[in-house]
Every structure is written in C-alpha cells, then in structure tokens.
Write a protein that binds this ligand. Structure first.
Ligand code: NOJ
Length: 528
C-alpha cells in the first residue's frame, strides 16, 4: 500500500514556539518574529516539520496575546506583517510549515469591534458580542464562572447590560450566533491562508458557542478547587454545544478550499468520547482535536497503557491521532515526571502513532522555573495567587548559549531564565552525546527514517513489570518500543532477532531485553 500521498501533518512533527520567549532581536526582553527567523535553521536541524506560533497579533497582553485587538496584523513587539511574510517564506524554503494561533472565542476589549459593540445598544456590532440584561435584582444573568475565577459576566454601566467573558473581563466572548461576526472571523482565516500559513491551532474551540437562554450550569458534587472556582461547576451550558461542530466544519471547509493540506488543530479539553466528535464525519470533517491525555495521566506503565488503549478505542474510523506532553498552559514534562523519565517520555511521544507536538524547551529538558512573587506576569496566577495555576514557570526564555541571558536577549528577559541556563542551553547540549537535545535529534531522525514510526499501526503489548511496550508495523517492518517507566532496572521478554535501534541512554542497551532504570529502547524485529 502506498503512503506517499498522506498529508504532511500526519507524518510531520509540530513544534510549539511561544514567541515572547524564543529569541529577542530588539533588546526589549521579549522574543519576536525576526528572532524566530534567526532560529529556523536550529529547528530544521532538530528535525521538526512545522512550527506553531502562539499569538503574534496586536494585543494589550492582558493574557499575553490571547486577547487579540486586531486579528489581521502583527503586534509591534513581535514585528510587522512584512516580518511574518518573510518568516512564512523562510519556513517554506526549508521545507517546513507554519501554523498560527486562531483565537475565535473572544477578542480583546480593545478590539475595534468591541469598542463599537459597547458604544451603544443599537450599534450594528452590538450583537457581535454576548450582552445580557441584569436579573431583576440587578444580579448577573447566570452562575457561569470565568476560567480565571469570578463571574463570567461584567457589568457595562454605559449601556446598562452585562457582557460575557469566559476568561478575563478584558477578553469579551464573541457571538458566533451572529452571521456577520461569523463571516468576519472566516475572513480572518482567509486573510492568513492567503498569506501562505499552513494552518492554525484553534484556541478553546469547545467554548466557541453557548447554550441559548444561558441556563445555570449544574454544580459539581465533588468541589474540586483548581483554577479559581471553575471546577466547582460542570460546564454544561457554556461549552461544547452542538453548534460548535457546525462552526468547526465550516472552518474545515474553508481550509479545504486551499491547496497544500492546510491543517486545523483544535484546543479542546474534554473527555475522549466528547473530544473525538470534533473530528467530524467523513462527509463533514472538522478538525484534529488535540489529545491532552499524556498531560494528565499518572506516570506508570499501566496508566499510560490504559490511556493509549482508551484513546485508540474511541478514535473514529479514519481519525488520525495526536499526542502532546506539554504546552504554555501546563506544567512541563520534566517537572511532572522528573528529568530521567522525561527522556522516556520523549521516546514515547515520538514513537506513538499520531502527530506529536513538542513544546519549545522540552527538547533541552527545561524545568518549570520558580518565579519570584514580584516577577509574576500571568493573570491566572495574579488572580489566584499560590494555587499552583500560574503559567509563567513554563514560559521562561529559551537559553541558547552561555552568553549573557542565555543569548535570548541583550536586555532584561521578561521572565526569569532557568537558573541552570549556563549549562542547560542549546549550545552546550548540542555538543553532548548524552544530552536531551541529542536524544531529541536522534528520535526525530529515527522517526523520519522509518515510515513505520510515522504511519504504522500500533499494537500494545501487555505491561511487564513497569515496562510499557508496543509494536509499530508497516509494510512488513515491525518496530518494538520498550519503555521502563520506573527508576529500577526491569526486564522485558524480547522476541527473537530484536536489534536495538536507539536507547534513551547514551550508551548501547543490553541485548537481552533488560532495561536500565529510566531507559527506553526502540528495536527492530528482524525476520529470521
Ligand atoms: C487557551 C490558551 O492556551 C490560554 O493560554 C489562554 O489563557 C486561554 N485559552 C484564553 O484565551
């Protein structure tokens, strides 16, 4: 069977760049687009296929770019439209792709649309946002809670109504039930597709439309306190409405009108059975919904095995999987599982069946960086201090070398660097045989060399003493991955004629299937 015609996003590896923290070229301590351009050869050499840039659009930065004030421009702190055009061209010259971040659920309150919408009740754009009268007692329209804590409703004294915001009050929710708004947002996608971007990651896609009538959400019985009060209630009526599927199908249709296999990856935090509905159907395809299973899973062979099986079981026919270890909102993998297991996790991510997304800095084993209270920037932390919801620790600047500020900036970095940056940086790790960076390069090269790792079937094996194992098979080739998820040596009963291709540890693995503590190995099963 020929696999030559598979779209690039099935075989490729995505790399998430958090532009503020990648490379500064102006000395303001904030990364920018010319900085990303300057580091493209690094990414090419690393072996990734596509870059996803977190938002680069003009923004007051109340939520660091996820509050967009103009969907069709570039924030001057990041550069200009000419810079993004140069970046798109340079990415394509190197045979890579560029994805942007589309933020359709909400804009900034500084967006011209919102300024018009809030200017009067009869402004033509009034209905582009979600306005609601107060209850007779003056109270908020319902009990919905913002994901950053507090009511989702903000009173607007000038026009005497509340507006809805799922996140900060500076991020009013757009009204996708309004056809003009919907058309304007589709035009935003066209604007960027026409400029040549290869796709989008779509922010909080499951939030995009709300239940008509705005009913109260039911309360959760087990009052789990995590991000403010959000998890005290089940988000039944403010998220995951049936109409969200119509919208994502319309986005998909628009993307399919362009050549080059443009991709839409939806950010959706839902249980798998709901999540996979965002694949759509063969007749009405939707998006590739991010699978965040590995971010939350308990780190044991049994739990990861169960997760892979569970996801596989609910994937719709033809639904292509994807895997993620971290992003700009969640603790880093090295923090969650420790430095030694992070190497095993990298092998897992890059050998599972499905498109992997690598979060910038994970390839050099960046830790979560402790942020002194006077340097906290993240609104989630500022509004819920000390609850462990702050995201600054996972957004620290990329350390490139041992020069001042790790070569990230000539100025003062907007967030502290990892304290060990003089030794944990790209230049140092590039020269070390046993480094996390070298391991990533080897894993990415192995994935590229073996179509089986990109497109092969996956067959889970029973867990043996803390070892997670699976085979990948394609066109007569069988690869076996054995991952010791424990800090103790372990034994795996290898099939005959297994030959090791790569270990997560620098020196050669044992040939009898015994794995060292925290070791993973990819084997090829040779035919006798
Ligand atoms: C999800 C983004 O990943 C997160 O960083 C942001 O705060 C919220 N959406 C609100 O836009």
């Amino acid at each position: 069977m020929s696999h030559d015609r598979e779209p690039w996003w099935k075989t490729g590896v995505v790399y998430q760049v958090y532009p503020r923290s990648f490379q500064d070229t102006t000395g303001d301590g904030i990364g920018d687009l010319p900085g990303v351009l300057a580091r493209l050869d690094y990414l090419k050499d690393l072996g990734i296929d596509a870059l996803w840039l977190s938002p680069i659009f003009p923004s007051p930065m109340a939520d660091f770019g996820y509050d967009v004030a103009d969907y069709c421009n570039v924030d001057p702190r990041f550069g200009t439209l000419a810079d993004i055009d140069r970046l798109i061209a340079a990415v394509h010259e190197r045979g890579m792709r560029l994805l942007l971040d589309f933020v359709p659920n909400h804009s900034s309150d500084q967006h011209q649309w919102f300024k018009e919408s809030r200017s009067s009740r009869d402004n033509p754009k009034r209905d582009w946002y979600i306005w609601h009268d107060a209850r007779p007692d003056g109270g908020v329209p319902n009990n919905w809670i913002s994901d950053f804590g507090g009511s989702s409703w903000e009173w607007d004294a000038a026009t005497g109504q509340y507006y809805l915001h799922a996140f900060l009050k500076e991020q009013p929710d757009l009204n996708w039930r309004n056809p003009d708004l919907r058309a304007a947002m589709m035009d935003v996608l066209r604007f960027w597709f026409d400029r040549g971007v290869d796709g989008f990651r779509i922010d909080v896609l499951w939030h995009i439309v709300k239940a008509e009538g705005f009913p109260d959400n039911p309360r959760k019985l087990d009052h789990v306190q995590r991000m403010g009060e959000m998890f005290d209630q089940l988000q039944v009526y403010n998220t995951n409405q049936p109409e969200a599927h119509e919208i994502s199908a319309e986005m998909r249709e628009l993307a399919d009108g362009y050549t080059g296999d443009r991709v839409l990856i939806g950010e959706i935090y839902l249980p798998f059975e709901d999540l996979v509905k965002y694949y759509g159907t063969p007749e009405r395809p939707e998006v590739l919904p991010f699978n965040f299973g590995l971010i939350n899973v308990e780190w044991s062979a049994e739990a990861v095995h169960a997760l892979i099986a569970e996801y596989d079981a609910v994937l719709p026919p033809g639904g292509w999987p994807n895997w993620v270890l971290g992003n700009h909102d969640r603790p880093r993998i090295a923090h969650r599982v420790g430095e030694a297991q992070a190497r095993v996790a990298a092998m897992l991510l890059l050998t599972l069946r499905g498109t992997p997304t690598v979060y910038y800095g994970d390839e050099i084993g960046l830790p979560d960086v402790t942020i002194p209270p006077d340097r906290v920037m993240d609104p989630a932390e500022l509004r819920n201090p000390g609850k462990g919801v702050g995201r600054d620790p996972v957004r620290s600047p990329m350390p490139w070398d041992a020069s001042a500020h790790g070569g990230f900036t000539n100025g003062e970095p907007w967030l502290p660097m990892n304290p060990d940056w003089p030794t944990r940086n790209v230049a140092v790790e590039a020269d070390q045989d046993g480094s996390m960076l070298t391991l990533h390069k080897r894993l990415l090269a192995l994935r590229r060399a073996h179509r089986t790792l990109q497109l092969g079937d996956i067959h889970l094996k029973p867990v043996q003493g803390g070892v997670l194992a699976y085979e990948r098979r394609l066109d007569g080739e069988t690869l076996l991955v054995t991952l010791n998820l424990t800090a103790e040596p372990a034994l795996y009963a290898l099939p005959a004629l297994s030959r090791a291709l790569l270990s997560t540890l620098p020196d050669d693995p044992a040939t009898d299937g015994s794995l060292r503590a925290n070791e993973g190995v990819v084997w090829v099963l040779e035919r006798g």
